[in-house]
Ligand binder design. Structure first.
Ligand SMILES: Nc1ncnc2c1ncn2[C@@H]1O[C@H](COP(=O)(O)OP(=O)(O)OP(=O)(O)O)[C@@H](O)[C@H]1O
Length: 309
């Protein structure tokens, strides 16, 4: 398919307040296109609504309003086809402890109505590195192996789109590499990949497109390169030798006094050099007792984006 693997318009979700809990609006009108063939990163702080969005795509959560098209199929009009186009690797390790990996894959294939002749359990077991555990009970598998099996289960029905919800949260380096190798391979073969992650460097490395979600809304959506361009904010924290009477000034400098008497000077590294910041400090008549820099992290970026939104 050319164009978009997924098209979302005006998507809303309000969880009903049960047992006296207040109602919770988790998604507040999401518009989002995921280009076919991309590795698409869905970023956002805890509680932003990423899992809700993914679960709606997977058909596990019912939306309150809006339209979702998966591989051209409207979820409301063609629920079966839209579900068949997507495979989801969930966050929780929800596996039946008495199934072997092979049985779990066969069972999943059965649920999706994949005919026996078209099942590729051995191929999938090999892909996720579980061939030698094919007949082991799930309860005897390590956490990492269970994750691999969940990835395998997401692939049994040959989906066009693979969704990975926090695939590398708490996994070791080896498994992480193996997951990313698999993702790259599947993407090269044409699969569209959507993943949620908390790790900015992971998104930077893996994703060519990124959407940032905050409080149920898309606050940024761009190519990774363009977004990272906005993330070049650094903060230089200056402890002046004497209390500062005058604040440093300069184009692109954002200066704040902190409670400990230090000055936090934020700037964009593409626009301003550290030297220019120091010059502005001296021009304000300040001598420096101590200085350190703070790199913007994803949290800063979120704050920035939500403020400007
Ligand atoms: N079943 C539910 N009932 C009520 N509220 C819910 C339910 N599931 C999620 N929420 C609320 O909806 C909001 C979005 O949650 P969601 O799990 O989608 O966020 P998230 O971005 O995936 O966060 P995390 O990274 O922590 O998984 C949160 O405020 C959450 O508490």
């Amino acid at each position: 398919m050319s164009g978009n693997a997924i098209e979302i318009r005006g998507l809303e979700k309000t969880y009903g307040g049960s047992k006296g809990q207040p109602r919770k609006q988790a998604l507040r009108g999401i518009d989002l296109d995921v280009p076919t063939g991309s590795v698409f990163g869905l970023l956002g702080p805890n509680g932003a609504g990423k899992s809700t969005l993914i679960n709606i795509l997977a058909g596990l959560v019912v939306k309150t309003a809006g339209q979702v098209r998966i591989w051209g199929f409207d979820q409301d009009i063609n629920p079966r086809q839209s579900r068949a186009a997507i495979g989801v690797m969930p966050q929780e390790l929800n596996l039946d402890p008495f199934f072997t990996p092979r049985a779990a894959l066969e069972m999943q294939a059965g649920l999706y109505g994949v005919p026996k002749a078209q099942r590729r359990s051995d191929e999938i077991l090999a892909l996720v590195g579980l061939s030698d555990k094919a007949e082991a009970y799930a309860r005897t598998l390590s956490g990492g192996m269970r994750r691999r099996l969940l990835l395998g289960k997401a692939l049994v029905h040959h989906p066009r789109i693979l969704v990975l919800d926090e695939p590398t949260a708490g996994v070791d380096i080896e498994l992480r590499q193996m997951l990313w190798e698999n993702v790259r391979k599947l993407n090269r073969e044409g699969m569209t990949i959507i993943l949620t992650t908390h790790y900015l460097e992971e998104a930077e490395e893996m994703c060519d497109q990124i959407a940032i979600i905050n409080q149920g809304q898309v606050v940024a959506r761009d190519s990774t390169a363009a977004l990272l361009g906005q993330m070049d904010r650094k903060t230089m924290v200056i402890h002046p030798a004497e209390p500062a009477e005058r604040l440093p000034e300069g184009p692109g400098l954002d200066v704040a006094r902190r409670d400990d008497g230090s000055l936090a000077i934020s700037y964009h590294t593409r626009q301003t050099t550290a030297d220019q910041v120091l010059e502005a400090v001296r021009a304000a008549g300040l001598s420096i007792r101590d200085v350190k820099t703070e790199q913007a992290d994803l949290q800063d970026v979120f704050l920035n984006l939500t403020r400007s939104a």
